[in-house]
Ligand binder design. Sequence first.
Ligand code: NAD
Ligand code: UDP
Ligand code: UDP
Length: 316
Amino acid sequence: MRILVTGGAGFVGSHLIDRLMVEGHEVICLDNFYTGHKRNILKWLDHPYFELIRHDITEPIRLEVDQIYHLACPASPVHYQYNPVKTVKTSVMGTLNMLGLAKRVKARFLLASTSEIYGDPEVHPQTEDYRGSVNPIGIRSCYDEGKRIAETLSFDYHRQNDVDIRVARIFNTYGPRMLENDGRVVSNFVVQALRGNPLTVYGDGSQTRSFCYVSDLVEGLIRLMNNEHIGPVNLGNPDEYTILELATAVQQLVNPDAEIKFEPLPSDDPRRRRPDITRAKTWLSWEPTVPLQEGLTLTIEDFQARIQSQHPLEAS
Ligand code: NAD
Ligand code: UDP
Ligand code: UDP
């Protein structure tokens, strides 16, 4: 099959491409390198079944493909808040263009949506039926509301134009190739511990998240794409940790003497988050298999190699 991965040079996209290439597909990676990097897909650049296109999805593009994994969008609060208007354009105009493309070539289209569409949830754990509690005018809105309209566009193209869609609601995912300056909590804590700096816990650290290792997520995305259910489907690890527990886990694995420093909680920071994955289990026979300690160890090894390397940008 010929498969388009938008945002393919990013963290999740590049791991997805590794799987698709190993399975023998033809892969087109489309990326504007805002947060993605060529080094993430370096090993495929000379492969005859691989093609890299530098393109911004807010502009139209014509391609011929069978499936589209639509991942292009900055995912870390630091990056999506850097240019919030651009984040909205990417989710709205970018998703519109990719749905227009899917419609024209009759490709199956998978949207990488997010648990952020639930906002600061009043329902716990979050099921797909929950409609969310999102602030439409806050600093996270460009991302949350952008993804909510991306879901709406996907379902409207499905109802109005018969586009064959899949919608994945992805919960916090971590693993090798996260950017050092990404700003997300796992990469921040690991880099801080490895560098001997204090771990920065925002607020009192009692807010919770559920962390999914990237290989588990990629498996879920591929299953959803190739299954008959359109979704939305939560994909995430249901093991819930407070941020302070995460800091302690990283501390234990890297440096038990590392300090923990408390900093102000950013506004609209969700208090609790944990996926109900009944749907993914029932529809896709999918559930995460990599426990936090194991995933953290693999992530720490990757960051350590990059930090120690003379060429720190040469990621695995
Ligand atoms: P990432 O920032 O590493 O990857 C996003 C990629 O999209 C980058 O390569 C970036 O350069 C590219 N991109 C951004 N804007 C673009 C544009 N206008 N045109 C073309 N390319 C563009 O993030 P990630 O963690 O790999 O996330 C991938 C997808 O999964 C995103 O859609 C994100 O919203 C979603 N998601 C991720 C998580 C997570 O925890 N990682 C959680 C929920 C949802
Ligand atoms: N589009 C694209 N590639 C294609 C087909 C469409 O980028 O192969 C874009 C197109 O330029 C438009 C958007 O997708 O901006 C929506 O396309 P659609 O055909 O649904 O709407 P229309 O072009 O009729 O407004
Ligand atoms: N966080 C933290 N220290 C950091 C980075 C993040 O305590 O150095 C907190 C953040 O306030 C949030 C949680 O960790 O409560 C997850 O943050 P992240 O940006 O990784 O993801 P998101 O908030 O989008 O789920």
